[in-house]
Design a binder for this molecule. Structure first.
Ligand SMILES: Cc1ncc(C[n+]2csc(CCOP(=O)(O)OP(=O)(O)O)c2C)c(N)n1
Ligand SMILES: [Mg+2]
Length: 270
């Protein structure tokens, strides 16, 4: 039985990310916590996905596929994955791998090879227009992906075709695996760069679900250029010892770290 969007909130997503990362003894925890509020914004209200079989429902691409645990958590909270299924995360034979696979109900696009999701999203947005469908396409793209030429190729394509039904949200946490973006490739005024590529470009606090929702609801999905929201996020948001710390890209938690992380997330507002 599916749950409504009200069942999804950031705190519940973060709690599940911690529980499952601990159970599976895997990393990518900081990435999941970075996008938790972006996912909560989408699955907690913005996305029109009430009927999974409706061809006109919205589509979502998690281009930074390594944050998949936050997506799986939202799918569980919506009632599309049982808790038992969620607990197969990273287990042998499970469809819930480190990166999302489209064989899993609720996942439209397989991702994990960075830099490709925006091209998938642009194609899906163009297909919607060609089919006369009002469905919209949302993609979360990481800041590391903005290093890649394929992202800017898709950005030019989307602007040229005036894909107003496409929304890209950049998870701008200033980290990329084992480095900080300022040391690897500095994106500078990223929102201005997207604007220069012809996009309707916005800066936003990537942890403010209410404001993000309002911003998205105010976008024109019918006419005009595609939309990008450069969401300022903190890697590991909500767990003090993970925040902006490179090592939490890959480290699993020990028992003491898990206890502290759970307590800190428990103290957050939902
Ligand atoms: C095409 C490609 N190259 C390399 C990798 C290996 N890889 C995994 S995550 C990552 C970078 C992570 O940075 P970002 O996407 O900004 O995610 P964050 O660490 O901020 O969550 C890389 C290079 C990959 N998944 N895909
Ligand atoms: Mg990053």
């Amino acid at each position: 039985m599916a749950n409504g969007p009200a069942a999804v909130n950031s705190k519940a997503i973060r709690t599940l990310v911690l529980e499952e990362a601990k159970r599976a003894n895997v990393g990518h925890i900081g990435s999941g916590l970075s996008v938790a509020d972006l996912i909560a914004t989408l699955y907690g209200g913005v996305l029109r996905v009430e009927s999974p079989d409706d061809p006109d429902r919205d589509r979502f691409v998690l281009s930074n596929g390594h944050a998949a645990l936050a997506l799986y958590s939202a799918l569980h909270l919506r009632g599309w994955l049982t808790r038992e299924e969620l607990a197969t995360y990273c287990a042998d034979e499970s469809l819930l791998g480190v990166h999302p696979e489209h064989e899993l109900p609720g996942v439209d696009f397989s991702t994990g090879s960075l830099g490709q999701g925006i091209s998938m999203a642009a194609g899906a947005a163009l297909a919607a227009r060609l089919q006369g469908s009002k469905r919209r396409v949302f993609a979360i793209v990481s800041d590391a992906e903005c290093d890649e030429g394929s992202v800017w190729e898709a950005a030019m394509f989307s602007a040229q075709h005036r894909l107003a039904n496409l929304v890209v949200i950049v998870d701008r946490n200033h980290q990329q695996a084992l480095g900080y973006t300022r040391d690897v490739i500095d994106h500078g005024a990223l929102v201005e760069r997207w604007r220069a590529f012809g996009w309707d470009s916005h800066d936003a606090d990537g942890h403010d679900v209410r404001k993000l929702s309002e911003l998205i609801e105010g976008l024109d999905f019918a006419f005009g250029p595609p939309h990008v929201i450069v969401a300022q996020t903190t890697f590991g948001h909500g767990v003090s010892f993970m925040e902006s710390r490179i090592e939490w890209h890959y480290l699993p938690m020990n028992d003491a770290q898990y206890a502290q992380a759970r307590a800190e997330v428990e103290a957050m507002p939902s």
